[in-house]
Design a binder for this molecule. Structure first.
Ligand code: UDP
Length: 482
């Protein structure tokens, strides 16, 4: 039972760490800072052990009063997918089946709700919520630049006949930075396949939202924000009201494993800004050949490092997406012979998973080789750490370009996925040195710190722009309680 004078909000992410993490932060924010009651709906899958682990971790077993996690039971999708089914299709089918069988009854049981907050890929909820008269908000788990592209995609789909990858020029999203063809996300690179159809379907439903939350702050992407708010194209859609409420990132991690503790103790002993951190998100995997080059580049650069590694795979750059932390593997088996011995003391190799926020927050961490998932970007900038971009899948190439060309906190290493060929060890070594030793690195670090300060300010209780933006929405919810 709970206080019926508080707004009661349900939050529903699609299953994937990059979505669960920020929506869970939103849930906590609403409870802790905005006096809401939140029911966090967790779509369970056959491979969601690690995700459930996140929600049940020691940091979360002490869920703040007013926040409850409700598991939607796993659904059997075996008849609908095969080994070859691509990640967004698989995810969309899980969501579709799960929501079809459970969402209506779960929402009904929760009693009167002021809102449901979903991510990009839970759009079947719009119909169900319309029936139940529950306003539905979309939480955008990535950049404003991507949101503007997303709002433009249905138009692009109508107006362009050929494959987008065959266009000769960049795509001019109204009033935003042009999207280079090579930066286009995987899901729109072949319009004939199911992944594209799912992406288009989900994104074309954005206008059904009562409002759109953006997980960033005003100073990060001022140009795109201005475009989306003021340009007639977005007004005509019409684009739902935009609420810029971030950066909401993981705050309260605790070391969970012996390895975590060891990693942090090692960092304590290293000099200020001296360690390069390498992690490729929850799903990123490299080919064996590319991992070899990365390891050699690192070794040749002679910098201190923490390298999170997964067993390489030649089939998919998002190889471990549904198997987070699931493969406790032996790096010796696939890193160059003698690498571990030669870098002993200088570097730390950790299989699968580290408490990333704690590493980025640590004063010894000086730069981050990142796959440019949005959460990783927010976590890096929020701790004043510049990046070397290594985009792999989804919209990460767009994110990387934006960081380098608009925000000025990153330098580009690779331009894309596995089809792009291999990045050689010399290039990797050189870029690492530029960031860890050179003036360019210092400039990027200064810029990251400037943005960190502006992010802190945006979140300030009572006065920050992001705080106030979320607070306004909560006031609207409060007005609808009776
Ligand atoms: N993460 C982590 N440890 C790791 C790898 C990833 O804690 O070893 C977390 C990271 O802090 C971030 C999330 O997993 O919060 C990854 O989200 P992101 O949007 O960066 O990428 P995605 O996994 O969705 O591609």
């Amino acid at each position: 039972e709970y206080d019926t004078m508080k707004p009661h909000i349900a939050v529903l992410p699609s299953p994937g760490m990059g979505h669960i993490i920020p929506l869970f932060e939103l849930a906590k924010y609403l409870v802790v800072h905005h006096n809401c009651h939140v029911s966090f709906l967790n779509i369970t899958t056959e491979a969601s052990a690690a995700q459930t682990h996140l929600l049940r971790s020691p940091a979360c077993t002490l869920l703040p009063p007013g926040l409850q996690v409700i598991d939607l039971p796993p659904v059997d999708i075996s008849a609908l997918v095969s080994e070859e089914t691509l990640v967004l299709t698989r995810l969309s089918i899980i969501v579709q089946e799960s929501l079809k069988s459970d969402l209506k009854s779960v929402l009904t049981e929760l009693g009167k709700l002021q809102a449901l907050v979903i991510d990009f890929f839970c759009t079947q909820a719009f119909e169900i919520c319309r029936e139940l008269s529950i306003p539905t908000y979309t939480f955008c788990t990535t950049s404003t630049a991507f949101l503007s592209f997303a709002l433009y995609l249905p138009t692009l789909d109508r107006e362009v006949e050929c494959e987008f990858v065959d266009l000769l020029e960049s795509i001019q999203v109204p009033d935003c930075a042009p999207v280079r063809i090579e930066d286009l996300l995987d899901q729109v690179r072949n319009r004939k396949i199911d992944e594209y159809k799912w992406m288009l379907l989900h994104l074309s439903r954005l206008p059904m939202a009562t409002g759109i939350f953006l997980n960033l702050w005003e100073d990060l992407e001022p140009k795109s924000l201005k475009a989306i708010r003021e340009h007639s194209f977005y007004k005509q859609i019409p684009t739902p009201p935009i609420h810029v409420i971030g950066p909401l990132i993981k705050q309260d991690e605790v070391p969970m494993t012996e390895m975590d503790a060891e990693c942090l103790a090692w960092l304590d002993k290293q000099p200020l800004d001296s360690v390069l951190f390498i992690a490729l998100g929850s799903g990123g995997t490299l080919t064996a050949a590319q991992l070899t080059e990365l390891a050699w580049g690192l070794e040749l650069s002679r910098q201190r490092f923490i390298l999170v590694v997964r067993k390489p795979t030649d089939t998919s750059a998002s190889g471990t997406f549904f198997n987070v932390g699931g493969d406790f593997n032996d790096p010796k088996a696939y890193l160059p012979e003698g690498f571990l011995e030669r870098t002993k003391g200088v570097g730390l190799v950790i299989p699968s998973w580290v408490p990333q926020v704690m590493v980025l927050r640590h004063a010894s961490t000086g730069a981050f080789i990142s796959h440019c998932g949005w959460n990783s970007i927010l976590e890096s900038i929020s701790h004043g750490v510049p990046m070397i971009t290594w985009p792999l899948y989804a919209e990460q190439r767009m994110n990387a370009t934006m960081l380098v060309e608009e925000v000025g906190v990153a330098i580009k290493l690779s331009t894309g996925g596995q089809e792009k060929g291999i990045m050689g060890r010399e290039v990797i070594e050189r870029v690492i040195r530029v960031v860890m030793e050179g003036d360019k690195g210092k400039m990027m670090r200064d810029r990251a710190r400037e943005l960190k300060d502006s992010a802190d300010k945006a979140l300030n209780f009572g006065t920050g722009s992001s705080y106030k933006s979320l607070s306004c929405v909560v006031q609207e919810w409060k007005a609808h309680i009776s």
